[in-house]
Write a protein that binds this ligand. Structure first.
Ligand SMILES: Cc1cc2nc3c(=O)[nH]c(=O)nc-3n(C[C@H](O)[C@H](O)[C@H](O)COP(=O)(O)O)c2cc1C
Length: 410
């Protein structure tokens, strides 16, 4: 932990319920409780039975000077049986660490202990800091449960990559206390720098069909575009998300337009671009499509040895040609080499205000990953590096830069 600033009462008077579940990182919740109190928060702690195997409730009772709730049924915990009134008491529910098991129970609305019952009765903001083994974190069952919580608008902070208690290495460590405290502060007083601004985001791949069951496409998962839409909405923008075929759920409050081909995405953008203030072209649009798509399945014996291709419409360029001076457009340049020069070329050709130069070679996998890195390349000055970070954080940084450019233009 960095040195604590004096008089850092950023949470003065805020009522926080701290939920703790049974992971090895539970011991870190003691320092977290201390930091929350130090910042002025009024704290109540609810622990799962398994959390109490890792750290004694007495530790938290001492740190918070209040009884700790570990059961729905204990008559001695006067406030613990009143899970509904306590759900009403708090301004924010923070769960750190959140086990895979707890996140599954939250996702499915299971209310079988004090913490999950409180969660179901909760109406306010929720911040969840997961921590677990990397394989658990990457398991599709966990991914789906985490996505369900995001979809409900909960802030998910971390986990971070690093060395894990089990001796393995990878994403799974509890986020730093600084990151958790920052998430708590922002959930309690969300900054809305995009209030009144209309944002259009394109996301995901496109599909260019050869026949009804085969297509040309790319491995884009749409996660970067969806993170942009989610962050823009959180920051107060009115958001339209034009999405290619992806297996993602639209963030709450976002208008979603589903398309399949580059031509459909082009038409959807052209129809709506006039109403947008900031446009972010994060989709990985297929550059080529088959000259003609067969109406029925092409039989193997009829298969031509070569495929005639045509260029698909260049959506960002088409917008660049009609862009108004008071609009900001942002591009993505994913490349395997010469990433920055190719971003600069794209910037000029498509009249972008800046481009996220995105290296897609090396040990990190960008497509489908939760993380990304690159450089913000503008028309002048040095590219600004964005070191490896979550796509959500990168989305926030891109949007903050875009709104700064927009303000300079107006
Ligand atoms: C030593 C030990 C460490 C564990 N660490 C974690 C962990 O970091 N994250 C996790 O999701 N589960 C972890 N587990 C598994 C959970 O304790 C288990 O899933 C339990 O059912 C969680 O209960 P709760 O969610 O009700 O607290 C650990 C188990 C043991 C025995």
């Amino acid at each position: 932990m960095a040195a604590e600033p004096e008089n850092n009462q950023t949470l003065a008077g805020r009522k926080i319920v701290l939920g703790i579940s049974g992971g090895i990182a539970a011991y870190k919740a003691a320092e977290l409780a201390r930091q929350l109190r130090k910042r002025g928060a009024d704290l109540r702690v609810v622990m799962t039975r398994n959390a109490a195997r890792f750290v004694s409730p007495l530790t938290f009772a001492t740190l918070t000077q209040a009884p700790v709730c570990t059961s729905l049924w204990k008559p001695s915990d006067t406030w613990s049986i009143e899970h509904v009134s306590n759900a009403r008491w708090g301004d924010l529910l923070l769960v750190a660490p959140a086990t895979a098991n707890l996140i599954a129970r939250f996702a499915h609305g299971i209310a079988d202990d004090a913490l999950t019952t409180l969660y179901l009765a909760w109406r306010g903001p929720v911040v969840v800091a997961p921590a677990m083994n990397t394989a658990m974190f990457e398991h599709p069952a966990y991914r789906a449960n985490e996505a369900a919580l995001r979809q409900r608008g909960h802030a998910i902070v971390g986990p971070e990559p690093g060395e894990l208690a089990c001796g393995e290495e990878g994403p799974g460590r509890l986020a730093s206390l600084e990151a958790i405290l920052a998430a708590v502060e922002s959930a309690l007083s969300p900054a809305r720098p995009l209030e009144g601004i209309r944002v259009l985001v394109t996301a995901g791949p496109t599909r260019e069909f050869l026949d009804p069951i085969r297509f040309l496409s790319n491995p884009s998962s749409g996660k970067m575009g969806f993170a942009l839409a989610e962050q823009a909405a959180r920051m107060g923008a009115q958001v339209t998300l034009i999405a290619g075929p992806v297996a993602l759920v639209a963030p709450p409050g976002v208008e979603r337009v589903d398309v399949v081909s580059a031509q459909e995405m082009h038409d959807a953008v052209m129809e709506r671009c006039g109403q947008a203030d900031i446009l972010v072209f994060a989709a990985a649009v297929a550059d080529f499509a088959p000259e003609r798509a067969a109406e029925s399945k092409i039989r193997k014996r009829e298969w031509a040895r070569s495929l005639q291709l045509r260029r698909t419409p260049d959506i960002a360029r088409a917008f660049g040609d009609i862009k108004r001076p008071d609009q900001v457009s942002v591009g993505f340049a994913a490349d395997t080499e010469n990433v920055i020069p190719s971003a600069r070329m794209k910037l000029r050709e498509k009249h972008f205000d800046f481009v996220l130069a995105n290296p897609v070679r090396g040990e990190e996998q960008v497509f489908g990953s939760e993380h990304n890195r690159g450089w913000l390349v503008g028309p002048s000055g040095r590219p600004r590096p964005l070191d490896r970070m979550t796509k959500s954080e990168m989305a926030r940084q891109i949007l903050l830069h875009a709104v700064e450019v927009l303000r300079r233009k107006r």
